[in-house]
Design a protein around this ligand. Structure first.
Ligand code: PEP
Ligand code: MG
Length: 593
């Protein structure tokens, strides 16, 4: 685009995954590698200049790393800083500098190519190392090499932590780890080409309360850094280069949205009881303990799902027992928190981790994840269980096992819990007397044997994100099949009913902690299904609570009965949406605000 040329407004429709409106300037997070050329230096003076250039890039890289370390220093709980020290040590390694300078001098080549040859040499050395873990550390050398290269070619190395504040990130894709950093960096919002509603990148966006739209397919091709952009995470819209008129309208929408949220917060502390006295427990889903104050402010009185695997995100090593323990204790003892359900590691799937023990898999959603991984790596599992059991002495605690697909898995998991219990008691360490054990129901096989599983545990929690993924065979991170993600599919409703019935028959409580639990369109249906508890992202709580306190169990059951006579998800969705809009117009405004 030429200077002075007018930029045209464009509106893109994607999947709104985190509500709210962000207005600001674009920052395109481009992860594509810089191209490296090789060229011969013809004069001696050029060699000296090239060495100087290389030294300058080294220095600049070290300065950048020191700056990142300083910035993250205030957020020790988010990032273990030692990895940055490791990178600084690599930068200072004599072999790195000496070898590269020798390549420039002896071969009369440019600094980029000389550096590349040095990194190749490191790779050769690392490849010979037998220890898997150490061999994998070549990735740190490569990361450092990439940073120096970026500085040599004048290209910014792209990580969220280095982007300035108050921008809207546009990227092809983002990992949950990128999203976590946005909280620290005060990013306004983000928009990506790929992604789905229940991907963990989306879940984190909701938990840190920044507007986000994903699945836009080609937004990276439509915008440039510094373009003006509006993200409407509620309506799933992105407006690029909006004119002043549009900006004004969206500023109004934004204040309207914020006023409505504030209004909803007013009633957030009221109990969640229907007009005919049916009570439903309301919990918050959290990824980080820092979210607890916001969860309580939004009306949660317990933690229904603590996704503990997020303790691991952005870390290069597994947390210690003490780190686990401190996290769980602060969840259980959180101000205003009456109970906490701590889910054991659900690593794998779309939750990327850098543990070399987890090989890359063709189909990670159905691979060695969650309880399967924990039962394989029992020692690692025990570290987490010891910490949960120790923390359980501080308040009402539930352990929740993810991805249970059969009886043997829960029995194996319980056996490990008992071993850990005995170890702790023999060491004289107290544990909670009323520790409850529950399982996520998120694999269709678990639904089918829910009656048997109910005899093994104290509670169920239905994970609709995965249950829908596995039942309807749709990848939850693939934007091309998002249209099939239908919580109100008759098959899903029947599965939920089956689980609730089996649980209640066995006398145990059945909650739901998938995203469906926080979707206000589904609230009356879930009431009708008689779930005992709903756990959701904190932002969703006030609206869901209002709907509960303005409904009756009787009419909810009637609504459920009616929709069960339909045979398609589309019919059910349309009927329920119309019903809810008619009964609660203030919570379902027509223009999606
Ligand atoms: C679920 O699957 O519904 C769930 C709550 O767990 P997660 O989203 O972490 O897989
Ligand atoms: Mg799940």
């Amino acid at each position: 685009m030429n200077a002075g040329e007018e930029k045209t407004v464009s509106v893109l429709k994607g999947i709104g995954v985190s509500p709210g409106i962000a207005i600001g300037k674009v920052y395109v997070l481009d992860r594509s590698d810089a191209k490296i050329f090789r060229y011969k230096l013809t004069k001696n003076s050029l060699v000296t200049g090239e060495i100087k250039r290389f030294r300058k890039a080294l220095k600049e890289s070290e300065r950048q790393l020191a700056e990142i370390k300083k910035k993250l220093g205030d957020y020790e709980e988010i990032e273990s800083l030692y990895i940055i020290d490791v990178h600084i040590m690599i930068l200072r390694d004599r072999m790195l500098a000496d070898n590269t300078i020798r390549n420039i001098e002896d071969k009369c080549i440019n600094a980029e190519w000389a550096l590349r040859m040095t990194i190749d040499k490191y790779r050769e050395i690392f490849n010979k190392v037998e220890d898997d873990y150490l061999r994998e550390r070549i990735s740190d050398v490569e990361y450092v090499g990439q940073r120096i290269l970026s500085n040599l070619v004048g290209k910014k190395h792209e990580t969220v932590s280095e982007i300035g504040e108050d921008v809207v990130i546009v990227a092809k894709d983002l990992s949950p780890a990128d999203t976590v950093q946005m909280k620290v960096e005060k990013i306004l919002g983000f928009a990506t080409d790929s992604g789905g509603k229940t991907s963990h990148t989306a879940i984190v966006a909701r938990s840190i309360e920044i507007p986000a739209v994903v699945g836009l397919k080609e937004i990276t091709g439509e915008v440039m850094t510094d373009d003006e952009i509006i993200i409407d995470g509620t309506a799933g819209l992105v407006i690029v280069n909006p004119d002043p008129e549009i900006i004004k309208r969206y500023e109004e929408k934004k204040s309207h949205y914020m006023a409505m949220e504030k209004d909803l917060l007013k009633g957030a502390h009221l109990p969640s009881i229907t007009k005919d006295n049916h009570s439903v427990g309301i919990g918050a889903n959290i990824e980080f303990t820092e979210e607890i104050p916001s969860a309580v402010a939004h009306g949660a009185n317990g933690i229904g799902l603590y996704r503990t695997e997020f303790i691991y995100v952005n870390k290069e090593r597994l947390p210690t027992e003490e780190e686990h323990f401190l996290n769980y204790k602060s969840a259980i003892k959180g101000n205003g928190i009456k109970w906490a359900t701590i889910r054991t590691f659900d690593l794998g799937g779309d939750k990327f981790i850098s543990d070399p023990r987890l090989a890359e898999e063709m189909n990670p959603a159905m691979g060695l994840r969650a309880i399967r991984y924990c039962l394989r790596e029992v020692e690692l599992f025990k570290v987490q269980l010891r910490a949960i059991l120790r923390a359980s002495a501080y308040g009402n605690t539930g352990i929740l096992f993810p991805m249970i697909s059969g009886i043997k898995e829960i029995r194996d998991a319980k056996r490990v819990v008992n071993e850990v219990k005995e170890e702790l008691l023999s060491e004289g360490i107290p544990i909670g007397e009323d520790l409850k054990i529950g399982i996520m129901i998120e694999v269709p096989s678990a639904v089918m044997i829910a009656d048997e599983l109910a005899k093994e545990v104290d509670f169920f929690s239905i994970g609709t994100n995965d249950l829908i993924q596995y039942t309807l065979a749709i990848d939850r991170v693939n934007e091309r099949v998002t249209y099939l993600y239908e919580p109100l599919h008759p098959a899903v409703l029947k599965l939920i009913k089956r689980v609730v019935d089996a649980g209640h028959k066995a006398g145990i409580k059945v909650a739901m902690c998938g995203e469906m639990a926080g979707d206000p369109v589904c609230t009356m249906i879930l009431l009708g299904l008689e779930l005992d508890g709903l756990s959701m992202n904190p932002l969703a709580i006030p609206r869901v609570k209002k709907i509960i306190s303005n409904s009756t169990l009787k009419e909810s059951k009637k609504l459920l009965e009616k929709v069960m006579t339909f045979s398609t998800a589309v019919e059910i969705e349309e009927f329920v949406r119309n019903y809810m809009t008619e009964h609660f117009p203030e919570y379902f405004p027509v223009d999606g605000q």
